[in-house]
Design a protein around this ligand. Structure first.
Ligand code: ADP
Ligand code: ASP
Ligand code: MG
Length: 412
């Protein structure tokens, strides 16, 4: 007998018929001899609706209250799913984050899980119940409701799977696996049969929202086998697992893109020790994480430099007055903001042992007439910032330029 965690995303619980499907799948999994824990997201569109309501009241809502409202989406689906299981003849019980309990730190809207108590879950499965846990939510030490960041139900699922030592964690979504790139913008994208935690971690952190990055970190840390698959059919999906030799043969495994960042230019600051330390130290104090950073000497201004960096658009409203102020303090000539950017990235374990991959990426973009505004690299990825209007063109050109439409991932 196995213990299986099944997570259903927003589209998979998007209406009552679909919730009934989820119920039937959970019951069938239990009847096949397994203990089943279901994790649900809010119905598709619901979290956006709730956040928009908050923003109607105030431009920068209080983070604690934001989590009180955002967590309600999952509360609704958890109860509906438990009822659907009961109405299909099964036994079920819903549990909210604080009931489980999923203990997190106090960083509202982007909390991190510190510990999970599996005892209430085991009490229920022992009685033959299917446990339906509301994803995305937890509780901090003081008893406040917290949420885990957008896409956080993936993390709830993997963390619960790790905490209860589940045999597998199935992530049911609206595509039937992890593809070489987002199949919704690149028609020639191919399903990957098996991908390493490392590559999935990069793809997730670079914008492939099919799995939240934290969920992949936890899966990697605790060795949870994750199976990403469709809730609309029984086709095998993608296994996210430990690296093995066969996966290293693929130079570029996937392409990701992320429109979530904005670019800030701080021009003409003094070119002397301590300036960037002050700028980024000040941002860090405000808990604003910066991604790419470029510094270069200003043309025609001796001893002056330009600093360009990217940060999440979601931090921009909060950070902007503050960045303007630090810019002034540093004697900047101008602070400019650009939200129309996208970061496109190529990811692959094989980059460790192959040279010239970045150069090839730059050439492919140049051939399409796409100007590169910033670049960053690591061992297994290269990212370029380009104008947002080139998103589809850049992704498709890189996907086909690296031959991904032909290289099917190694089979498990
Ligand atoms: P859920 O609501 O089930 O959590 P998400 O919308 O969060 O689903 O994630 C699934 C979506 O991720 C897909 O519809 C697809 O548009 C997007 N996506 C981006 N990159 C990839 C990729 N490489 N493979 C599969 N899906 C991807
Ligand atoms: N409902 C939350 C969101 O939309 C969490 C999730 O779906 O994973 O971000
Ligand atoms: Mg998601």
């Amino acid at each position: 007998m196995a213990l299986v965690v099944q997570k259903f995303g927003g589209t998979s619980v998007g209406n009552i018929d679909r919730i009934r499907n989820v119920a039937r799948r959970a019951i069938a999994t239990q009847k096949a001899g397994n203990d089943v824990v279901v994790i649900v997201s809010a119905m598709s569109g619901e979290t956006n609706r709730l956040l928009a309501l908050a923003h109607e009241v105030v431009k920068v809502p209080d983070a604690r209250e934001m989590d009180v409202i955002a967590s309600t989406g999952e509360q609704v689906t958890a109860a509906l799913t438990a009822m659907a299981i009961q109405s299909e003849g099964g036994q079920a019980r819903s549990l909210l984050g604080h009931q489980v309990k999923v203990l997190t730190d106090g960083a509202f809207t982007k909390a991190r899980i510190k510990a999970i108590d599996g005892s209430k879950i085991f009490d229920a499965t022992k009685k033959g119940e299917i446990v339906v846990v509301a994803g995305f939510q937890g509780v901090n030490e003081s008893g406040d409701i917290t949420t885990l960041g957008r896409g956080g139900s993936d993390t709830s699922a993997v963390a619960i799977a790790a905490a209860i030592s589940a045999d597998a964690c199935e992530i049911y979504t609206d595509v039937d696996g992890v593809y070489t790139t987002d199949p919704n913008i690149c028609p020639s994208a191919r399903k990957i049969a098996k991908i390493s935690y490392e590559e999935m971690l990069e793809l997730a952190s670079l914008g492939a929202k099919v799995l939240q990055i934290r969920s992949v970190e936890i899966a990697m840390k605790y060795g949870v086998p994750v199976h990403v698959r469709s809730s609309f059919n029984d086709a095998p999906g993608t296994w996210v697992t430990r690296e093995d030799k066969s996966l290293e043969d693929v130079v570029v495994a996937g392409i990701a893109y992320d429109k979530g960042d904005a670019r800030v230019h701080v021009t003409g600051v003094e070119d002397k020790p301590g300036v960037v330390a002050e700028l980024f130290g000040a941002l860090a104090e405000k808990n604003i994480s910066v991604d790419m950073i470029i510094q270069n000497a200003t043309k025609g201004h001796n001893e002056r430099a330009d600093v360009t960096f990217t940060l999440p658009k979601t931090d921009l409203a909060r950070g902007r007055p503050f960045i303007d102020e630090v810019g002034k303090r540093l004697g900047a000539l101008e602070v400019r903001y650009d939200e129309d950017i996208v970061k496109v990235s190529i990811v692959g374990l094989g980059m460790r042992s192959h040279a010239g991959i970045a150069a090839k990426m730059f050439r492919i973009l140049a051939t399409e007439g796409i100007n590169i505004q910033a670049i960053s690299t690591s061992e297994i990825k290269v990212s370029c910032v380009v104008a947002a209007k080139y998103t589809e063109l850049a992704v498709r050109a890189l996907h086909d330029g690296f031959g991904l439409e032909k290289t099917v991932g190694p089979t498990p």
